[in-house]
Design a protein around this ligand. Structure first.
Ligand code: DAH
Length: 341
């Protein structure tokens, strides 16, 4: 037997011995397994060296020895992939059995929250509710008569100008001013009083619209309206309610000042100013004793009942409360801004 043949046979035999001895099975990781595989079939692997002897074999031996080498190669591949499968399965099982780490930081949730205006609106309504007022809601689109005429605005009042009011096009042609976006929440006085007899104490808040748009005005803003009708209601009742309201809002003693002013639907009418003791006066709204003409327009007898009404802006209060410098910031719906409250 030629030297090459015996070295060839010896090489294959020792590879087989190694395989049978569990050469692949000792691998603990995929990396280790691949290193072991390279020891057989890598560039300098034992099988590779054996195959290099093929050239030196006598011609008639090449085919049978080639087949023998091929069988060994297949055994190597079979052992390799069996062990690889086993390792991957073990890794997966270990993964599933490993304790679940509850301390891993979770994926963040972004909870929504109420808009600062909504929060202040709820706070104001809650206070009035605690003072015995009933909270009602009303439409932002209303009739010209509820917004102006029945409140005693004369037909040519500047507030009804195209400059100030958004009219709603109902397809009735140019000049139709019958329907509009309410310019104030005083519409609720007409709506509620027309619906039921006195006595009543009602408060309502929501968006109002005017054709104002500059640094300090937004075309949409928010008001809260309150009114109380009974027998023998006086301006002292009005002032007392406003004072109580402001004290509950700010949680401290508040001075209230009524400054004579004009609104078509009240007589006398006044601007409401408030201040902390020693602080400076801040204008917070308008108020007054409900005008007899309003009572007539809702079917109340002005000789039998009296009442007061007040209206305040909510946005300014929210701006003061949250330190917002520009009203526009409140309505741009930028969560980077709104998320800060
Ligand atoms: N509606 C008025 C406005 O928007 C505010 C107002 C003033 C409301 C006097 C009232 C009131 O109820 O009595 O300017």
């Amino acid at each position: 037997m030629s030297d090459a043949v015996s070295r060839f046979d010896e090489g294959l035999r020792s590879i087989l011995t190694e395989l049978e001895g569990g050469a692949f099975e000792v691998a603990k990781t995929e990396q280790e397994l691949r290193e072991i595989n390279a020891r057989f079939v890598g560039a300098n692997g034992s099988l590779t060296s054996v195959l290099k002897l093929m050239r030196e074999l006598p011609g008639d031996q090449r085919k049978p020895k080639g087949q023998a080498a091929n069988e060994v190669k297949q055994k190597i591949e079979a052992r390799f992939s069996a062990r690889l499968d086993a390792l991957l399965r073990e890794a997966r099982e270990a993964d599933l059995k490993a304790p679940f780490d509850v301390t891993l930081p979770g994926r963040g949730v972004l909870p929504g929250r109420l808009h600062p205006i909504t929060r202040v609106r709820h706070e104001l309504l809650d206070i009035f509710e605690s003072l015995g007022f009933e909270v009602v809601d009303g439409p932002e689109i209303d009739l010209h008569e509820n917004c102006f005429d029945r409140l005693g605005f004369p037909p040519d009042h500047p507030a009804t100008d195209m400059q100030d009011t958004f009219f709603v096009d109902r397809g009735k042609g140019a000049g139709d001013r019958g329907t509009l976006l309410r310019t104030h929440t005083s519409t609720m006085q007409i709506r509620e009083m027309s619906r039921r007899p006195p006595p009543l104490a009602v408060v309502s808040a929501g968006a109002v619209y005017r054709r104002d748009d500059d640094a300090t005005h937004s075309p949409m803003f928010h008001q809260i309206e309150g009114f109380l009708v009974d027998e023998k209601v006086t301006m002292a009742d009005l002032k007392g309610v406003l004072q109580r309201f402001l004290e509950r809002l700010y949680g401290e003693a508040i001075e209230v000042r009524l400054r004579p002013s004009y609104f078509p639907f009240v007589e006398p009418g006044a601007e409401v100013d408030a201040r902390r003791p020693g602080g400076s006066w801040m204008e917070i709204g308008g108020c007054g004793m409900i005008h007899p003409v309003v009572f007539e327009h809702v079917g109340y007898d002005p000789t039998k009942v009296s009442g007061f009404a007040f209206g305040m802006g909510i946005d300014r209060m929210a701006m003061v409360k949250f330190g917002v410098p520009n009203i526009k910031l409140l309505f741009e719906n930028d969560v980077r801004f709104l998320g800060g409250f």
